[in-house]
Design a protein around this ligand. Sequence first.
Ligand code: ADP
Length: 361
Amino acid sequence: MTRPSAHRRSHLVGLLRAFRDAAAALPDAMVAIDGAHRIRWFNPAAGSIFGLAYPGALNQPLTSVVSIPGLDEWINRGGADVLASVTSPTNESMHLNLHLIPYDEDSALLLARDVSQVLRLEQMRRDFIANVSHELRTPLTVVHGYLDFIEPEQIPEYESIIRELRSQSRRMTQIVEDLLTLSRLDAEVVLPRARVPMEPMINALKRDAEGLSQGRHKVTASRDSDRDLEGSSRDLYSAFSNLVSNAVRYTPIGGTIHINWSSDHRGGRLRVTDTGYGISPQHLPRLTERFYRVSTSRSRETGGTGLGLSIVKHVLQLHDAHLEVESQPGRGSSFTCVFGSERLLAPAKQIEDCRDEPSAG
Ligand code: ADP
């Protein structure tokens, strides 16, 4: 009787040792917690990354020994999403991504991975793009300036070449400007929160569409809401005007472009609808990627940079908003910027009227 049981025990001890060695070799921190968020077990990486000492940390509530802002709320919410780029409590230059994996009835495994290197590379990529764009801006301005100086009609034998040089240098300048805008947006964590009056915004967008269209399309605009938005006027205008410019550029002559602002209890919606070429469903998920174009030639012919919708996506993210696209090839598209109700402001006029009213008491 004792022999198989002793054999079994030593087999189990061997398994446990193998598991412990494997967990010790992991560079990621692992902490097992119970239903009351007390620490049941942790590996050596968790010791150094979170500053946990053995055996003192065992049975302690996790958040009383690991000081990470927001950790408590995140665990209480069930840790469904990744808690990204938090600073290690033992090393300020170490950044961690935290995952919470539930197991058993009420236990969970907290995993922390050091993502400092990934973030550093990401920062280098951003700096590189920003620096290259900056360096290109000055020479391009000079080239553009000289080309504007030359009147193509005065040198008939080079007229078509000069026109082509002008159009290409304009395109390059636009790409550099769009890259600089994206770099700036990439670096922003929060944007200013000011009142963005929507009536002048819609009027400006309509004028832009008419200017770009030069009478080739029917342009209409409507406002079904008197609410304003809260955010950065400059960036929202840049996002909305990208949508308007696309609508004009991807709609054949005679088509219609409609701009609409509406709101309800869920939030606000700025929609640009066109009766243009439309987009096949397989392209829709990739439209906001940098330099993604459905038709490269059509984008180039119309002066596109392939960066417009990336800018729209970034600006909306910074306003806790998102883009919805509906499109049917050959029939047209509708691009909607969807804002939460916390970004809506009562009209300034209404606020002033409330202030003017005598108080009830
Ligand atoms: P681009 O500068 O090339 O227009 P964008 O990022 O603004 O770049 O748009 C990406 C691609 O999405 C475009 O190249 C085009 O193929 C497609 N697209 C954008 N808006 C529309 C639209 N209103 N109708 C049809 N296609 C569109």
